[in-house]
Write a protein that binds this ligand. Structure first.
Ligand SMILES: Nc1ncnc2c1ncn2[C@@H]1O[C@H](COP(=O)(O)OP(=O)(O)OP(=O)(O)O)[C@@H](O)[C@H]1O
Ligand SMILES: [Mg+2]
Length: 414
């Protein structure tokens, strides 16, 4: 097994496309080498509905990332989200015919294969089969069965599936932008990789990425992933509510939300007013911040309610001692963690990506947790990397890329 040296990740979000290039430095830490961001188009609720527009957004972000790192991106890890993502946990059991020999790596592979088999409709495909735990002779769980003795080996896996058409459209769109898809990764797995601590994963936690039009979540328990889901509601619904109730243009509602939005009102700001652009003869009007908070609070509570229902439905509401870790652009709304703690009755913290060398302020924002997590996921991937590891990137010797290569040489370690 070898670790990949340099990874590019593409997060095709509903508001922005982020392309991040990273590697592992001599100390074994993730280092960010380049970033490209472009406004997203052609997506509805996290799913591509116009391949041409989405492809153009991806191509723009890829080009910016290439210029920023001085390498050509040939292939990338690609995040996927949307309500079509489903997950389930599945058990597999195998017999070990010769009890006198220790359980081998082949046995482990066999039991994982068995635990990865589920029947799904032809319009769905498996995206991830992640080992959750092993049991030898069906008794106490063991972290690794290889080398132990027993006549029976059980394994449980977490399986994430997605709609074939959504995966195909995403793949076509990325390939159309000139990049091969290394692996498609459910976005909440990327977010978890970026913001969760090992202790939170052990004691039970849900990472919740509240983005532009989707809220994706992954639940971890006893160190392994237990549930993945994607809810079709997020930050743009808050903006929509403000624009509709205040009868103002979308852009001014968006600015109002980001600059003054709160998940609940307080007596200090209740009567404070701000000016916003408006439709009609007035062009500008003043609105009370207390009223703005009231509008936002209704939507925030709806999102929290949906998260709570999802946790309850899968039986984790009372099992996640570390509660919720919120990230994603819309998690930045002031006071969200406080409202979430009081409504859900569990600990809640807001998280931004951990700092890595080479990181700019831009990607330190919670909006980039998933894309940075996709890079970490790729870098930490224990599966064998393709032989030509360096072929994820190409540094052609002529034209634009000759220039980029020379930039690259000054950025890359010799
Ligand atoms: N300071 C802020 N306060 C409140 N909301 C904010 C703030 N900054 C950004 N947002 C909101 O965050 C959302 C975008 O978040 P993010 O970049 O994580 O989404 P995305 O990845 O493009 O979308 P998705 O994950 O749904 O596909 C937008 O709705 C934006 O209005
Ligand atoms: Mg996102």
């Amino acid at each position: 097994m070898k670790r990949r040296q340099t990874i590019a990740a593409i997060d095709l979000g509903s508001t922005k496309v982020a392309v991040i290039v990273g590697d592992i430095d001599e100390q074994g830490d993730t280092r960010i080498l380049g970033v490209g961001v472009a406004p997203a188009s052609g997506l509805t609720r996290g799913v591509i509905d116009n391949i041409q527009s989405a492809r153009d957004s991806v191509a723009t972000a890829v080009e910016k990332a290439e210029q920023s790192c001085g390498m050509r991106i040939l292939s990338a890890m690609v995040g996927i989200s949307g309500g079509h993502l489903h997950s389930q946990n599945n058990r597999g059991i195998i017999a070990i015919p010769d009890r006198t020999r220790p359980i081998s790596e082949d046995d482990r592979a066999r039991v994982l294969e068995s635990a990865g088999q589920i029947s799904i409709p032809t319009n769905r495909q498996i995206l991830h089969v992640i080992p959750r735990g092993y049991w030898v002779e069906g008794t106490e769980p063991v972290s690794d069965p290889v080398g132990m003795y027993g006549g029976r080996l059980d394994a449980e896996t977490h399986i994430v599936t997605g709609a074939v058409s959504a995966v195909q459209n995403l793949t076509k769109c990325i390939e159309g932008a000139g990049v091969q898809v290394d692996e498609i990764v459910a976005e909440p797995i990327g977010a978890a990789e970026c913001v969760l601590t090992e202790q939170e994963r052990q004691q039970g936690v849900a990472v919740v990425d509240i983005g532009g039009s989707t809220t994706s979540m992954a639940v971890y328990d006893e160190g392994s992933i237990a549930h993945t889901a994607c809810l079709p509601i997020a930050g743009s619904h808050m903006t929509h509510d403000l624009a509709r109730v205040l009868r103002c243009p979308w852009e001014s509602a968006e600015t109002l939300k980001c600059q003054h939005g709160r998940a609940f009102s307080t007596s200090e700001i209740e009567h404070e007013t701000v000016e916003v652009d408006a439709f009609g003869t007035q062009q500008r009007k003043s609105v009370k911040l207390g009223y703005v908070s009231e509008i936002l609070q209704a939507r925030v509570e709806e999102i929290l309610e949906m998260i709570a229902l999802e946790l309850k439905r899968v039986g984790y509401a009372d099992r996640i001692a570390a509660g919720l870790v919120l990230t994603g652009g819309a998690s930045q709304i002031t006071g969200l963690a406080e409202v979430a703690e009081s409504r859900l009755g569990m600990p809640v913290r807001q998280a931004r990506p951990a700092s890595h060398s080479g990181m700019s302020d831009l990607i330190g924002s919670p909006s980039y947790a998933t894309s940075i997590g996709l890079v970490s996921h790729g870098l930490n991937d224990r599966t064998p990397a393709p032989e030509a590891n360096g072929m994820h990137f190409d540094v052609p010797a002529s034209g634009l890329f000759k220039r980029l290569a020379s930039i690259g040489r000054s950025l890359m370690p010799q």
